[in-house]
Structures are given as C-alpha cells and as structure tokens.
Ligand binder design. Sequence first.
Ligand code: ZN
Length: 427
Amino acid sequence: MRHLRIDDLPLDLRRRWAAGRVWAAREAPYLASALLALDPVVVDASGEREPMPDLRAFPADQAWHVYIDPRVLFTVEVRELGFWLLHQVSHLLREHAGRFPGPPAPERASARPGGPRTADQRRWNVAGDAEINDDLHTATLELPDSAVHPSRLGLPEGWIAEQYWDALATEPESIAAMPDLDSDCGSGCDGQERSWNRNEPGLSGLSARLLAQETARQIREHTTERGDTPAGWQRWADQVLEPRVNWRRQLAAQVRRGAADVSGRVDFTYRRPSRRASAVPDVVLPSLRQPLPQVVLVIDTSGSMSDSMLGQALAELTGVLRSLGVARRNLRVIACDARAYQVQRVRDLGAIRLEGGGGTDMGAGIDAAAALRPRPDLVIVLTDGYTPWRSEPPPGIRVVVGLMDRRGKTPDWAETVLIDDTGGTRV
Ligand SMILES: [Zn+2]
C-alpha cells in the first residue's frame, strides 16, 4: 500500500480537504489547534492485489496521521468530512487507544495485523463513538447517518466509553444489527495495528499531551466567553487541567503512612523472652514488639457535612484500618462541633453516635484527641474545612484531614486528602 502526500492530490481534492478542516474549526473553534495537528496521509491501493480498506471514517493513528482514500474524499460532502475530522480528533484527545479494554496483544497474535477487526475492537469502536458523538451533535452540526449515537444504541447520553462498553456486553446484537455502525476509526481508537498505517513518527506522546492541555484551556476560554461548549468537552477539560486523584487510594495511603511511622518504631523489649532464646541458652535476647498505632478519628458534626459522603469516608476508613490491624481497642472516635464530645470506642465506624450540630472548631477536637491516654499516634479529621485550626500541630501526632469540600481550608502541618463525591473514578 503506497502513501502519498496531500499535495500529490489534484487541486479540487486538496481544496475539499482544506474546506473540511475549516468547516470543522468553525463548528468547534476550541478544537482548532487539534485539527491543525492532524497530518493527512493519502492511501493509494491502486495496483495492489488486496482490496482497498474501508477509510470512510477517515481513520487516524496514535501519531495523529489521518488516512484518506482519494475516492472517499472525492465523494464526501464538506460537512461530513468536517464531522469525521472532529470525530477523529476526539478519539485522539480522549486517548481511546490507551483505554482499549480488550485483551492484550499476545491473545490477538492469531489475528493478522491489519486483518479483520476482532469483536472487542468493534465493540470498543462503537463505545468510543458513543462517548464522542453526543458532544458533536450540536445545533448546527448534524451526525451523518452512519455515525453512532447513544440513542441509536438505546443508551443514555453523557456516559464515558467504558460505560457503553459494559452496556454493550449484554447486547452484542445491538452492534450486529446495525452494520452501518461499523466504520473503522483506526489505531487512534484502539491502539491496534492497521494495514494502511504509515509507521512513521508523527506527533509524539509529549506533544500530544501538550496539545491536550492547550485544547483544554481553549475549551475553558470558549466556555467563559460563549458558553456553548458541549458538557462532555467541559468535563474533559476539567479532568485534563485538574486531574482528580482517587481520594480512596490517597486516604488509604496517608493513613497507612501514618501507621507505618508508628510500626517503624520497633521496641526492643526484655519483658518477654524471645523464643529464640532457648536456642542460645546463655544469652538473653530481646524480643521484638511491634506496637499497633493508636488512632483517633475526629468527625465534624457541625451540620454542613453531607451524610452520604461521610458514610463513604467512614466505610473507606473502616476497610483501611482493619487491613492495618487497628483493633477496636486502638480506635477511638470524637464527634466535634464547636466543642469535642465524649470519646467513643466503637466496634465498627457505622455505629458512631454523631452528636453536635452547632458551630465548628476542629482545633477543639484535635486538642481532645491529643489529651487522651494512651496518646494517639495518628489523628484523622473528617471535616468540610469551614473551621478555625490551631497554628501548630499537636506535638508527635500525625494528622490526616479528609476534606469534604474543596473550598474548605486545612492547615499546612496536616496531610490533606480531598474527598469529593465523584470518588475520582477516572483520572
Ligand atoms: Zn470513531
């Protein structure tokens, strides 16, 4: 299969290509930089024994080459070409290739590179298209008949490709029943080789990431000035510019780190003789005693906290603390509004009495925790952050704040984990 440059094509085809790109940039000005980054590669299969591949979707690869069949370009309408360019740019910006959930390469080894697509590739293509196309279906931009839309799959709009992928698992016939949904979007969609790919370097991974950041900033700007950016693109820009960390993982990591500090303080004690001592009768060996961390949980009960998020945070903490071996006797809980309430020892965190509801002062809760005997090693504070804090940390105690409102404030001397209701399902 030969590759030509766009300049090798007759003038009318070059003009059509340029017109499609201009049309696309006018429809979605915030994607203009990304559209310009597309590098057109003309595929010439004349004189080949193999049939010309189906390039009706103007498939792209991960290096941002976009592949053109001159016969398709000759017949396509400018607005449909523009649609496909916006569509391919969307696959690339949303990194669908890297997200392909199908089996890893070795299992596909039997499938010839560039051979017919596997069922997984087709399913992921439809799922990715469903994620993209509800954001391209705007007042002025109409979907071509062959384009996938969630409504054509009987599924809700606004999902991510992984959700459509899962939903399509139970209805494989919905793909099979619509052969016109079967256009191949190329390696840029699933990361797998295609027969028409020109395996030459194009846009590097780093350049692609910078381009994604630039595009995300343009989306923000466009949203501020014009306000008509599709919701899916706004969510995407938020994720690119402020990647959400998974608070569950982060909270678990902070609590583990706090506990590890304690476990690292191994005592050598002579109180109990080591069992090894019998093997060395004349020497008294110290036995190793690894103390479990004493943990106090301070919960903001001032009334502005959301119950469901508090429930999620407590469920998460229960799991982490149990995995660390923090037994019931090592865990105490203090409810706190403007003052700290009586310390509770609870079998499980779901059984906590949440007293309070007045003003807020988490400093009072931390002071009460620090005054307990045995003294805690780790204090975990769950709060929305609308509270005064002490200027100094309690000496010798590690404090982890689970912050349940991103506008809330936490002190520099504490480790803060932002707990938000998205749960950070995707980064
Ligand atoms: Zn596609």
